[in-house]
Design a protein around this ligand. Structure first.
Ligand code: AMP
Length: 273
């Protein structure tokens, strides 16, 4: 991959990279289209990164369908599918990790401690291997996107980072490979994530700006749905991810909710008029 990247760069080609963990859906494909428009050569990576999972999480059962992923990639005119093995990226005696200081201390970083150290590390490795000019990440994982942007700035990585909007199912559920785990009852219940984000914006439109009040209303609404267990409901500054007390400018509202045994996330920007 590095040799191919060198050849492409030498020929003056722009490389766009979209990192994924596979089991592709429309959310991924929307990022491919952004990458396609930005680069002469579109590379996607498929790698279920072991270092970002904690031992109790779903590394072993994470959904995979490589043949289908290849087919979808072909349809989207992906030029290169880079799918390394875990032993390729983390050989014996591997010992280097990339760790940010502040942004991981919020939201998903609290309940999933290894997550962002694993993400920052694997994305750095992918950048060094694929040598992209541009890389595209989804706003679905808002904190991840913020962390990658910060890392690229802090470490002087010469790569343009682009965010792609959240792609949703017709009923509003944010697309995710993990939606595959949900049974019919849980699939219905899962709609409460997006619904509660919409409810929060309605409260803001009605002039309620106290974050605590909005969070309480949203939490009550989610708790009323069977099979749900809230990990967090947060209203925070979209730049620092620090909690804000009032929604008096654009604020990030982010949620993580367990539905059955599946942990789902969603977010929106709350905007006062
Ligand atoms: P994953 O395969 O879940 O690690 O996701 C790979 C990339 O796709 C990440 O940048 C995600 O933020 C992005 N992504 C996942 N789901 C969606 C979605 N529903 N809409 C937009 N981007 C998404």
């Amino acid at each position: 991959m590095q040799k191919r990247a060198d050849r492409l760069r030498k020929a003056g080609q722009t490389i766009a990279l979209v990192p994924t963990m596979g089991f592709l859906h429309e959310g991924h494909l929307s990022l491919f289209r952004i990458g396609r428009a930005k680069g002469d050569c579109l590379v996607i990576s498929i790698f279920v990164n072991p270092t970002q999972f904690s031992p109790s999480e779903d590394l072993a059962t994470y959904p995979q369908d490589f043949a289908r992923d290849l087919e979808l990639s072909q349809k989207e005119s992906v030029d290169i599918v880079f799918a390394p093995g875990a032993e390729g990226l983390y050989p014996e005696n591997y010992q280097t990790y990339v760790q940010l200081e502040k942004l991981p201390e919020h939201l998903c970083g609290i309940s999933r401690p290894p997550l962002f150290r694993g993400v920052a590390t694997v994305v750095t490795k992918l950048f060094n291997i694929v040598k992209p000019h541009v890389s595209v990440f989804g706003e679905k994982d808002f904190q991840q996107l913020a962390i990658i942007r910060q890392m690229v700035q802090d470490l002087n990585m010469d790569i343009e980072i682009i965010g792609g909007p959240i792609v949703r199912e017709p009923d509003g559920l944010a697309m995710s490979s993990r939606n595959n785990y949900l049974n019919a009852v849980q699939r219905d219940a899962a709609m409460c994530l997006n619904r509660s984000l919409c409810e929060a914006q309605v409260l803001v439109d009605d002039g309620i700006v106290a974050s605590a009040e909005i969070i309480e209303a949203v939490s009550r609404s989610i708790r009323s749905i069977p099979e749900t267990r809230i990990d967090y409901v947060s209203i925070c500054d979209p730049g620092t991810l620090d909690d804000v007390e009032r929604v008096d400018g654009p604020c990030l509202m982010a949620l993580a909710v367990h539905v059955g045994t599946t942990r789902l996330i969603d977010n929106t920007i709350l905007r006062p008029d």
